[in-house]
Design a protein. Structure first.
Length: 134
């Protein structure tokens, strides 16, 4: 799905998106844990059965991780970085495409940036900007 979000629409979708994002972080941590165990635990180096079972656990977590990203992005929201906790909502400002951006820990959309700027180009939404966003 693709749509340009207003600030109001993005903020309305944010609570459910944050929950999905938190679930995504849990899955990422499961992947890291399973991979680390496969690489460092001697049990997985000495037993093919144990290794294969752990590898299947890893594969399931990886598949669920990508399925979760797809679930978020089907709503029109873009996962920019799981590690940094960044989500972007496509929007329009003066008929120019921009991103409304959210960082983990924020409770509402308060910033935006141009398509090419990224997180470091974040600018606060002020009343004038909010009125001009689609």
């Amino acid at each position: 799905m693709f749509s340009h979000f207003t600030v109001k629409e993005a903020n309305a979708l944010l609570p459910s998106t944050i929950k999905k994002f938190k679930d995504l972080v849990v899955l990422k941590n499961q992947i890291i844990k399973a991979q680390t165990e496969m690489e460092t635990d001697p049990r997985y180096m000495s037993s093919l059965k144990d290794y294969i079972l752990k590898k299947q656990e890893f594969n399931t977590a990886l598949a669920n991780f990508y399925r979760s990203i797809e679930e978020i992005e089907k709503t029109g929201v873009v996962v920019k970085s799981v590690e940094e906790g960044l989500l972007d909502f496509p929007s329009l400002r003066f008929n120019e495409e921009i991103w409304l951006c959210w960082k983990d820990g924020e409770t509402e959309i308060k910033f935006w940036h141009g398509k090419e700027e990224g997180f470091n180009g974040r600018k606060p939404l002020d009343t004038f900007d909010v009125e001009k966003l689609r």
